[in-house]
Design a protein around this ligand. Structure first.
Ligand code: NAP
Length: 475
């Protein structure tokens, strides 16, 4: 698939005066040169979304859903090309890119159905002469700002909900991975989504373009996935004219293994939770907290599984870990390991990354303590940090000792402990004997500093609609 490289505005491809390169994280080669949307083009996209809004909002839900269903089908039909594009701009192994295309398409499929289920309410009135109705209406044109780690899925779970609800959209994808969003715009165009309903404006300077977009008065809602730092800036900005905002931000997931856990199942769960997308996932297991009696057995089995991982180009068959996204990410892995070892952690497997290569081999660290940066920050790389816990209460206390609250994992065979720990973890999502919680049918999102709002599931529509209550006098 030849990537689209122009901005998609008002149903047309628009080449801007400036372009910027998209690099393959594996070898740094240029995959494409993409239009750098200037302020005038972003304003055009917002104006197009505002013009298209009334007709799209009035389009019967079944028709909006039908277009979403066709977008899902088209994505699956083009799965191989879309996956290759994803690997080229993001670096993840092809098998993971295929999984991402399917996961991303599942949001279009899910919201295709949900479009017809945006129900209202009828409320019994206290007065005989009154009828009380509640309807849900689309909030208006939305700004969607997405990160580089899941270029398709982070967009479809917003775009699917927005389009189902009757909102129009302007998307600003991450500077490193604009090609996925442009490929989705091409699909929207192909299936006949009306002009102005879907707009995509790639840009090199995310802060400049993001600010221009979210401060536009016509934008009524911001849907953002990215870092907590930028999320806070957007929340402050949204306050100026009280825009709706949903934020899917960073995590610091605890992965708790209790003494009675099935260790093989815990290791299998850990491999998924830790290494998907080379560890660059907001739901990546960040802190392994293992009850003392099984700490040695778990570490040994996990290390044996990690030793089998192959690192290299995501385009090569058999590769498990592609490159990290950029040089800064490679340097971060090196900094976290060197900070940990300087403070007393031991390297149990692998070698300290040098920070000079985007191909970062896995490392397992033992003897990690809470003062270490690796315990406090989102790692976003294939580094495993393990700490022992005295007992269940200590494991819970350690798990909750963070500002983040996106997801937590717990492995135990004991049903009562499963419930107790799942309820005690201060997070928006819990995997119980499960290393992968993300699915279109369930509400994805965090508490504490991991975000506001939910994406996916029947709740995913909520942030794209407002309630309107209508009191009618009938006599
Ligand atoms: P980021 O730096 O916050 O960037 C996210 C998006 O915001 C990009 O499109 C970026 O554009 C844009 N942006 C940057 N500065 C901005 C500003 N001042 N105003 C408006 N927009 C701005 O995050 P990232 O490094 O791409 O992604 C990694 C982060 O996302 C991690 O923390 C990860 O945990 C989080 N994440 C969370 C979830 C979740 O669902 N909770 C899912 C995936 C990722 P540029 O690329 O041009 O800078």
């Amino acid at each position: 698939m030849e990537p689209r490289t122009e901005a998609y505005v008002d149903g047309a491809w628009q080449a801007g005066a400036r372009r910027f390169p998209v690099h393959d994280p594996f070898d740094g080669s240029v995959v494409a040169n993409v239009t750098d949307a200037d302020d005038a083009l972003i304003d055009q996209a917002v104006a197009a979304a505002a013009r298209a809004f009334p007709a799209w909002a009035a389009t019967p839900a079944i028709e909006r859903g039908s277009l979403l269903g066709r977008m899902a089908e088209r994505m699956l039909a083009a799965e191989a090309e879309l996956a290759e594009l994803c690997t080229r701009e993001n670096g993840k192994p092809l098998k993971e890119s295929i999984a991402e295309v399917r996961y991303a398409a599942s949001f279009f499929h899910w919201f295709a159905g949900e479009a017809e289920r945006i129900y209202g309410e009828t409320i019994p009135a206290s007065s005989a002469g009154q009828r009380l109705h509640v309807i849900r209406q689309p909030v208006g044109p939305c700004a969607l700002i997405t990160p580089w780690n899941f270029p398709y899925a982070m967009l479809t779970r917003k775009l699917g909900a927005a389009l189902a609800a009757g909102c129009t959209t302007v998307t600003k994808p991450a500077e490193q991975t604009p090609l996925g969003a442009l490929a989705l715009a091409a699909i929207a165009h192909e299936v006949g989504v009306p002009a102005g309903v879907v707009n995509v404006v790639p840009a090199l300077d995310g802060a400049r373009a993001g600010n221009r977009l979210v401060s536009a008065p016509a934008i009524r809602k911001i849907g953002f996935t990215g870092s907590t730092e930028v999320g806070k800036l957007l929340l402050r900005g949204a306050a100026d004219d009280l825009k709706r905002i949903s934020l899917e931000l960073g995590g610091n997931a605890p992965f708790v293994v209790l003494g009675d856990a099935d260790i093989d199942a815990a290791v299998a769960g850990a491999m998924i939770a830790k290494f998907r997308n080379t560890g660059q996932s907001c739901v990546a297991a960040n802190r392994f907290i293992v009850e003392q009696p099984v700490a040695a057995a778990f570490t040994e089995k996990l290390t044996a599984a990690i030793a089998k991982l192959a690192v290299g180009s995501g385009l090569v068959a058999g590769i498990d870990l592609g490159p990290v996204i950029d040089d800064e990410a490679a340097r971060k892995c090196a900094r976290l390991v060197s900070d940990a070892t300087a403070r007393g952690a031991r390297i149990l497997f692998g070698a300290a990354p040098t920070g000079t290569s985007r191909l970062v081999a896995p490392v397992v660290l033992g003897g990690v303590t809470p003062d270490m940066a690796i315990w406090r920050e989102e790692i976003f790389g294939p580094i495993v940090a393990i700490r022992a816990a005295k007992d269940e209460a200590d494991a819970i206390a350690q798990a909750n000792d963070t500002d983040a609250g996106l997801v937590g994992y717990v492995f135990t065979r004991d049903g009562a402990r499963q419930t107790r720990v799942a309820e005690a973890l201060q997070v928006g999502m819990v995997g119980v004997n499960e290393g992968l919680v993300s699915t279109a049918q369930a509400p994805f999102g965090g508490i504490k500093q991991s975000g506001v709002g939910r994406e996916g599931s029947r709740h995913g529509i909520d942030d794209y609609t407002h309630l309107k209550y209508i009191a009618t006098r009938v006599g």
